[in-house]
Ligand binder design. Sequence first.
Ligand code: MTE
Ligand code: MO
Length: 552
Amino acid sequence: MANEHAPSRDRFPAPATWLAGVSAAVLGAGLGELTAASVAPTSSPFAAIGGALIDAAPSWAKDLAIALFGTADKIALLVGIAAVMLVVAAVAGWLEVRRPPWGAGIVAAFGMVGAVVAVLRPGAEGLAWLPSVVAGVVGAATLWLLARRLRGLGLRRPAPARERTAGIRATAAARTDGSSPDPRSPVASPARAEQRGLDRRGFFVWSGAALAAGVLVAIASTARRAGSAAVEAVRGALRLPSPTTPAPPIPAGADLGIPDLAPVVTPNGSFYRIDTALVVPEIDPADWSLRIHGMVEQEVTITWDELLALPLAESDTTLACVSNTVGGLLIGNARWLGHPIRELLARARPTEDADMVLSRSIDGFTASTPLEVLTDDRPAILAVGMNGEPLPLEHGFPVRMVVPGLYGYVSATKWVVELEVTRFDRAKAYWSTRGWSERGPIKLQSRIDVPRRGRRLPPGETVIAGVAWQQHVGIDGVEVQIDDGPWQPATLATAISEDTWVQWSLPWTAESGAHEIRCRAISATGEVQTPDPAPPAPNGAQGLHRIRIDVD
Ligand SMILES: Nc1nc2c(c(=O)[nH]1)N[C@H]1C(S)=C(S)[C@@H](COP(=O)(O)O)O[C@H]1N2
Ligand SMILES: [Mo]
């Protein structure tokens, strides 16, 4: 190497220290993921810290994440955490070389914080602390070794005496064979130089190996998790009983079959998913039970087998997320199979003064649903089936709530394990403590799906079409306005029920030029959708959906 005999001060490239930090952290994180995959799936260092961040995030941050990344918000969060981790790791590497043992200390401290956070997560496994401890210990030890190698290369800037003494003391205390010469002494002989070249290569080989091993182990453990999804296998083998009360077939005229128009029944694979769970809870139905307690005369606990033995009814209900913006896609319609919550509450006999049911999922999420909504005649159910199959894992397997008329955050608890009968003035649900309205009836809304926004159209005969909804109220009409023209009534498709959205369409002779199209719904009670815009927080977006279209 050309500069082998140059003064040593510049031979110590900062990137080498960063590499030491990053390699050590990646190896630690990889082994942490492996440990998690083996003993505590929801407690990987990433999942624990990410989950805590999601819970700690203010609601504007949640809005922003959903606005920016939609249903990819969780991936964005994990990428963000990884990026921060890499920066911290690089800094730790730099520190460990210059001020041992601060760098290794930082890595170890990160692991310990991860362990504490993991243990405190709702639904944490017994060994929740282990993956983060493994990550911290492996990361710190690896960094200590790599940094010692780097320092051993004598590549350090000549340090002020005080710091140097401290460094020597730390190294001396750590070294086991006192025989090796102080490697930081200035190098003069060619043999020594050659030796240093080897050492330097050794450093890069070891760092690279740690980095590669960490990445490989992380990938392998993710694959292992997916491959070992025992609950997915249980779900696959499951045959749900046929409904005691089947729903009538979807009416022939319910789906207009227009390309690009949302199908009236949303396939499970394209059903929107919104929740706070970084790792989807895996509940074996055999271990599932639901406890109804609180302001009741009789506590009730029901197991999976008991639930399946009860009468199961099919119902069509459109779920909508309160974070859905005007024109947004966080809404879907499915045929659910389940048992009325009303019946189970009747067994528990809520006391006179109760007015709310706080449902809780296995991962600690809660929703506050008015007691009256769960006891009136609507199909508010404990659902086990979705579009003819057991609930997909990410939609709440094995049991979730489905309640027509309310946004999901106050009604649609997935992986539900507890119903606490209580009062609105005594308990607050997950999103209500974060600034969202404690009650969330769905607002009257409509959306234009066709023509697709931003698409160029040839002039001539075409069709405008979309969906409209106000669950448990129903839709009586949709009107469309093109540019400054009059509001024209669209034709409604046959509604499945008042609990579902309905498709609508209007023929249109498109003329060349730019056009703006707006729509508004009219509810079964005669309410006309308001043009006054409002953002999703705190109780649902409102305003008119409008699209701009260029006709050639
Ligand atoms: N356990 C749990 N259930 C939950 C949530 C959650 O974060 N955790 N989110 C709710 C919200 S905000 C919505 S909109 C619906 C979405 O249901 P889906 O993902 O099946 O579409 O689930 C609800 N149930
Ligand atoms: Mo939601």
